[in-house]
Ligand binder design. Structure first.
Ligand code: AMP
Length: 542
C-alpha cells in the first residue's frame, strides 16, 4: 500500500472549541440558568473556562477514559463542562433527568461515573440517588454558592473552577478514544450505553454543518431547544463551535412563551427540537398574534413531525422545516434539507417529501430488511426494518453482550434500529413506526404515526396518539386518543371523517377517546407502552 502523506492530526473534540475560541472569540454564547439569570459570554470565554474545568478534573485525579456525568439543563456551565470533560480525554456522560430515579442510579452505576455535575434544580434527585451510586466521589453543583445539601462531598462549581488557571494544554488523544456516553431511553429492558469516539463526534458534527445537514454556519444565531442530555443536543453544541455560530441556551424553561421571547430577542435564525415543542410554539403564535420574522429554519426530529406543522410554519410564518430522523446510536441519521432537484417540484410534491423523515445522508448508509433478513426494495412503499451503518453509528453498546442489537451478514455489521420504514430510489425514508408500535391488524400493518399525523391536522385536535389494542377478530385494532384544543368540542365521528381521506379505510381507528393529556417519555416521545397498559381493558364498541 502507498500511504497518503498527510499530516497525522487526530480528529478531536478539543479542536472544535480551540477553533471557536481562536477565530470566533467574540461571538456570543447566551444562556439562561436554572434561577432565570441570563449570562452573556462568548466562545473565547467558554474555551478558557472549559480549560479550568479540565485542570480541576486533573486535580481530582481524573484520567483518560474515566466517566463523568452531567445532570443539567442547557446553559453555559453545561457547555463548558461538555468541552472540559471531553478535551481532557475523560468521557462526558449526559444523564436524562426525566428518567425514573431508579433508572438514573442504574446508569450512573453501570457507567461507574466518578464525578457528577448537577444543576441545583436536581439537587433533591441527586440526594435521593447518592446512596445507590457508590462510584461517585464528588458532586459538583453548577452554581456560585453551595446550597444546603446532604450530598456527600459536594462543592459549588464556580468555587471549584476558580482555583484553577486556564493554562492547561489539552492532550493529543487518539481519535478513537471515547468522548461521550449516552444511554438510550430504554422503554423496554435496561438502557443501553452508546459510546461515541472523538473521531465520530467530529465527523457527525461536520455532517451536521453541511448544506443538506443542518447547514450550521457562522452567520447563524442558534436556539438549542433540544436538551443537551438528549443525543448530545443533536451535535449542535459541537456544530456551533465548528462553525463559530452564535449559540443561545434556553435553560430549563422550554415553554412556547420563553422560546418565542428568545427567538425575538436574540434574532434567532435556526433552532432544533422535538415536534411537541414546535406544536406548542405554533399554538402560542396563533393565540397571541406574535411573529418570529428572524427564524428561517428549524430542524424537527426525535419523533414524527406532522405535515400540518410544516404547512403552518412555512405558509404562515415563513419558517422552513427540516424533518430529520436520528437516534442516540448515531445522532443525525438522515438529511432533512433539500437539493435543487426537490425545490423544483410543485408544492404538493415538495411537502410530501418534506413530511418524510429526510433522505440518506453521506456517512450513514441505510438498508431495509424483512423478518428473514432479506433486503426489501427501495420502492417507496415496501416496509422493512431500517438498518444503519457508518463511521458514527454505534457498532456495539457499552459493556453489553447482546447479538440481537446488530445484524451481521455478508454485507457486514449493521445496527438494527428497531424502526420500520420505507425508502425510495432517491434515499428518502418514511418512518412507518417503531417495530413494537406498529398496529398488526389481520396480518396487515397499520402505521400509528400516519393516524396521528392525520388526526392532528383535524380541527380542534391539539395532540393525538394511536395504539394497537387486542381485538378478537383482527388480532389488534387502532384506538385513537386525542387531546382537544381549548374550547373545542369532542366529536369522534367528525375526527374519523377528517382522517378518512389520508389513510386506507381499514386503517381508520375503531374508537376515538378524549384524554386530558398524552404521556411522554423522558425524551419527548409518546409513551405508547404506558397507553397500551392504561387501556388494556378497553372494550371495543359493538
Ligand atoms: P432516541 O435515541 O431517544 O433519539 O430515539 C430514536 C428513535 O426516535 C428512532 O429510532 C425513531 O423511532 C424515533 N425518531 C427519531 N426521529 C424520527 C422521525 N423524524 N420520525 C419518526 N420517528 C423518529
Amino acid at each position: 500500500m502507498l500511504r497518503g502523506l498527510n499530516m497525522d492530526r487526530q480528529l478531536l473534540v478539543s479542536s472544535l472549541i480551540e477553533y471557536a475560541g481562536r477565530n470566533h472569540s467574540s461571538t456570543e454564547v447566551i444562556a439562561t440558568d436554572s434561577s432565570g439569570v441570563v449570562h452573556r459570554t462568548n466562545w473565547s470565554e467558554v474555551r478558557s473556562r472549559a480549560q479550568q474545568v479540565s485542570a480541576a478534573l486533573l486535580d481530582e485525579g481524573i484520567s483518560t477514559g474515566d466517566r463523568i456525568a452531567t445532570i443539567a439543563w442547557n446553559d453555559h456551565r453545561h457547555l463548558e463542562v461538555y468541552y472540559g470533560i471531553t478535551a481532557l480525554g475523560s468521557v462526558l456522560h449526559t444523564v436524562n433527568p426525566r428518567l425514573r430515579d431508579q433508572q438514573i442510579s442504574w446508569i450512573i452505576s453501570h457507567a461507574e461515573d466518578q464525578l457528577v455535575f448537577v444543576d441545583p434544580d436536581f439537587l433533591r434527585l441527586a440526594e435521593t440517588i447518592a446512596p445507590e451510586t457508590p462510584s461517585v466521589r464528588k458532586w459538583v453543583v453548577l452554581t456560585d454558592e453551595l446550597p444546603e445539601t446532604s450530598l456527600p462531598n459536594a462543592v459549588a462549581y464556580e468555587e471549584w473552577i476558580s482555583k484553577r488557571g486556564s493554562a492547561i494544554r489539552w492532550p493529543l488523544l487518539d481519535e478513537w478514544s471515547a468522548a461521550t456516553l449516552c444511554y438510550t431511553s430504554g422503554t423496554t429492558g435496561d438502557p443501553k450505553g452508546v459510546v461515541q469516539s472523538h473521531r465520530s463526534i467530529v465527523l457527525q458534527t461536520w455532517a451536521t454543518c453541511t448544506g443538506d445537514g443542518h447547514d450550521v454556519n457562522s452567520s447563524q444565531s442558534i436556539l438549542l431547544a433540544v436538551p443537551m442530555f438528549h443525543v448530545n443536543g443533536w451535535a449542535i453544541p459541537f456544530a456551533a463551535a465548528m462553525s463559530g455560530a452564535k449559540l443561545v441556551l434556553p435553560g430549563p424553561d422550554l415553554s412556547a412563551e420563553a422560546l418565542v421571547r428568545q427567538i425575538r430577542a436574540e434574532q434567532i435564525t435556526f433552532s432544533a427540537g422535538v415536534p411537541t415543542i414546535w406544536l406548542s410554539v405554533v399554538q402560542y403564535l396563533k393565540d397571541t398574534g406574535v411573529d418570529i420574522p428572524s427564524l428561517q429554519r428549524i430542524a424537527v426530529g426525535g419523533s414524527a413531525a406532522p405535515r400540518s406543522l410544516m404547512d403552518t410554519l412555512e405558509d404562515d410564518y415563513g419558517v422552513f422545516v427540516s424533518h430529520v430522523w436520528g437516534m442516540t446510536e448515531m445522532t443525525q441519521g438522515s438529511a432533512g434539507r433539500f437539493t435543487h432537484r426537490v425545490t423544483g417540484l410543485n408544492r404538493e410534491e415538495q411537502r410530501r417529501r418534506q413530511a418524510m423523515a429526510g433522505r440518506e445522508l453521506y456517512g450513514v448508509e441505510l438498508r431495509l430488511v424483512d423478518n428473514n433478513g432479506e433486503d426489501v426494495p427501495r420502492d417507496g412503499f415496501s416496509p422493512g426494518e431500517l438498518l444503519a451503518r457508518g463511521p458514527w453509528v454505534a457498532g456495539a453498546y457499552f459493556e453489553l453482550d447482546d447479538e440481537t442489537t446488530h445484524l451481521q451478514d455478508e454485507h457486514g455489521n449493521w445496527l438494527r434500529t428497531g424502526d420500520v420504514a420505507t425508502m425510495d430510489t432517491e434515499g428518502y425514508i418514511a418512518i412507518v413506526d417503531r417495530a413494537k408500535d406498529v398496529i398488526k391488524s389481520g396480518g396487515e400493518w397499520i402505521s400509528s404515526i400516519e393516524l396521528e399525523n392525520a388526526a392532528v391536522a383535524a380541527p380542534g385536535i391539539a395532540e393525538a396518539a394511536a395504539v394497537g389494542l387486542r381485538h378478537d377478530r383482527w388480532g389488534e385494532r387502532p384506538l385513537l386518543l386525542v387531546v382537544l384544543e381549548p374550547g373545542a368540542e369532542f366529536k369522534p365521528d367528525e375526527i374519523v371523517e377528517a382522517i378518512r381521506p389520508h389513510v386506507a379505510s381499514w386503517c381508520l381507528p375503531d374508537a376515538v377517546v378524549e384524554v386530558e393529556e398524552i404521556p411522554h417519555t423522558g425524551t419527548g416521545k409518546i409513551n405508547k407502552r404506558l397507553l397500551r397498559d392504561r387501556f388494556s381493558d378497553f372494550s371495543w364498541p359493538q
